[in-house]
Ligand binder design. Structure first.
Ligand SMILES: NCc1[nH]cc(CCC(=O)O)c1CC(=O)O
Length: 318
């Protein structure tokens, strides 16, 4: 593990409140399973510094590159990422040693006056720059016989909620997991059913990453792994990768199950205006290996591509 047992394990983390909360929880769990002290090492990423919209920065990896560089340089022993921010390609020198049990995967609405999505007035201004959310929220609104205006916003969770508190927006849409992790989950005025809005692949789940050569640490961190979460997220990410889409593309996916030993993978892509969505699902036994989980995701991607998914994603830079 790169150091003597009495020395702290170094956990590389972003500085944001969300990242610090995620890292704090994982640090505590790692302390519990290893008996070793864990020290948080703060690292600034380009995604934290830049004021550009994520779609303009070019999507994948803006939050993780600096953390990975620190791992490869040996400045930290392990790092915690939000899985939905992690590119689907895995560098050879790093491994995801654990995917702990996933939090609530849903998107949440934080609206003025306690409004639910259904209660939003026609023409409501809703803060989100995510193509995935825009496509599905526009379609959801249309099904309710109204229009919403999606307004691209950036910033951390607190900043986004402030747009609503200041009266600049009627609502913002955020990951429920993020709200919960920073202790603001009770401010959600609606939790969006995954029947209406599928989350980003991996949303609500964390990746604990370390050097592929650090076998002792991989074994220790592995005790935090939740195999069901790993199977689900692997299938969702296989779908995303097979659709050749980055994290800023309008792709939603969720693998879950109501029936024991069965996993249902749902996927969606759409046009940003929500006028066309390709939404499909496939069901099979809970994958028992990486290969089985990958196969589940690829199978659904093939069906979605056959239904014209690729054409819909072409306009993602709009
Ligand atoms: N893209 C930013 C990001 N990355 C992870 C989360 C929330 C926590 C998670 O999904 O694990 C968020 C904020 C949001 O989308 O509201």
């Amino acid at each position: 593990m790169n150091s003597r047992p009495d020395q702290p394990l170094r956990l590389g983390t972003r500085r944001s409140k969300l990242a610090m909360s995620q890292s704090g929880h994982v640090a505590e769990a790692v302390r519990a399973v290893t008996g070793r002290p864990v020290e948080l090492v703060e690292i600034t990423t380009y995604g934290d510094v830049s004021r550009e919209h994520l779609a303009q920065i070019g999507g994948t990896g803006v939050f993780v590159t600096a953390l990975r560089d620190a791992l490869v340089r040996g400045e930290v022993d392990f790092a915690v990422h939000s899985l939905k921010d992690l590119p689907t390609t895995q560098p050879d020198e790093l491994v995801i040693a654990a995917m702990p049990k996933r939090e609530d995967p849903r998107d949440a609405l934080v609206a003025r006056d306690g409004l639910t999505f259904e209660q939003l007035p026609d023409g409501a201004r809703v803060g989100t720059g995510s193509p995935r959310r825009m496509a599905q929220l526009n379609a959801y609104a249309k099904g309710l016989g109204k229009r919403i205006e999606c307004v691209a916003i950036r910033g951390n969770v607190d900043t986004r909620i402030q747009f609503v508190r200041d009266g600049e927006l009627d609502a913002v849409v955020l990951a429920a997991a993020g709200l919960n992790r920073i202790g603001r989950g009770d401010e959600a005025t609606d939790l969006l059913s995954v029947d209406n809005v599928l989350p980003a692949p991996g949303q609500g789940a964390l990746a604990v990453e370390c050097l592929a050569s650090d076998t002792e640490l991989i074994t220790a961190l592995g005790r935090l792994d939740d195999p069901y979460t790993r199977a689900a997220v692997t299938a969702e990410r296989a779908l995303l990768a097979a659709l050749e889409a980055g994290c800023s593309a309008p792709v939603g996916a969720l693998a879950d199950g109501q029936i024991v030993n069965e996993m249902r993978l749902r996927g969606v892509v759409g046009t940003l205006d929500g006028s066309t969505l390709v939404q499909l699902s496939t069901t099979g036994p809970v994958p028992q290996s990486y290969d089985e989980a990958m196969a589940l995701g690829r199978e659904l991607a093939d069906e979605m591509l056959a239904k014209g998914a690729a054409g819909l994603m072409g306009e993602r830079s709009l």
